[in-house]
Design a protein around this ligand. Structure first.
Ligand SMILES: O=C(O)CCC(=O)C(=O)O
Ligand SMILES: [Fe+2]
Length: 212
């Protein structure tokens, strides 16, 4: 991959302002096109074996799980060059946001997700107050030429409400950020294969930290 054109300081200012003002931000594009392309190639080349049916929390009950979400996921790891390039970009993002908002974001985890035709993810929150150290959710979409009728929209609800405040088509390169504990959201049923990377910035978990 050729040298990456990193997001500008002005872009990070814009994101930090949006998070501070309303708690979320939708960007038509954040990352350089060559990185988006490489990630798309990678996710399309992962086969069924690489993906694993995603679970919800500690819930092992397949029936319940199946009623709530139908995506398949695979974690990004540093030993893959393309995954690492993305994770490095998110490390830069983390520092840029910490410098502006003092959020104390400590690390980041992310998985590729594939929604086969018919798949969805019902309304949920990614983190419950005091139960998780996930504080900021990101989603990067990797679907060229998505059409409204393909479904698969991300619906973001107002905190503690049934009102949809944002409808996002999973367009190629689009990047969404929201406060994990604040915003219920769902993935409407997708009628096409839908690819994305969902990620979470986390706070330092005192239970997992080494004693110093
Ligand atoms: O892909 C999306 O639009 C959102 C996925 C999601 O909510 C999740 O994985 O927790
Ligand atoms: Fe979610």
């Amino acid at each position: 991959m050729k040298a990456l054109v990193h997001p500008t300081e002005a872009t990070y200012d814009h994101i930090a302002d949006a998070i501070a003002d309303k708690g979320y931000c939708v960007l038509p594009q954040l990352l350089p096109a060559n990185l988006n392309n490489a990630l798309q190639q990678r996710v399309m080349n992962l086969d069924d074996e690489d993906f694993r049916r995603a679970g919800i929390g500690r819930e092992q009950d397949f029936q319940l799980n199946n009623a709530i979400r139908r995506d398949e996921t695979r974690w990004l790891t540093l030993d893959n060059k393309i995954d690492k390039t993305y994770l490095d970009q998110m490390a830069e993002f983390r520092l840029a946001i910490n410098r502006r908002l003092f959020m104390g974001l400590f690390d980041y985890e992310a998985h590729y997700a594939h929604y086969a035709p018919g798949a969805f993810y019902k309304k949920h929150v990614d983190a419950f107050k005091g139960e998780s150290n996930r504080v900021l959710t990101t989603v990067l979409y990797l679907n060229p030429e998505w059409r409204e009728e393909d479904g698969g929209q991300l619906l973001i609800y107002a905190p503690g409400s049934d009102a949809v405040i944002e409808t996002v088509n999973p367009n190629f390169g689009c990047f969404v950020i929201f406060l994990s504990e604040q915003f219920p959201h769902e993935v409407a049923k997708s009628y096409r294969d839908r690819y994305s990377i969902a990620g979470w910035f986390r706070l330092l978990d005192p239970l997992q930290a080494p004693l110093i």
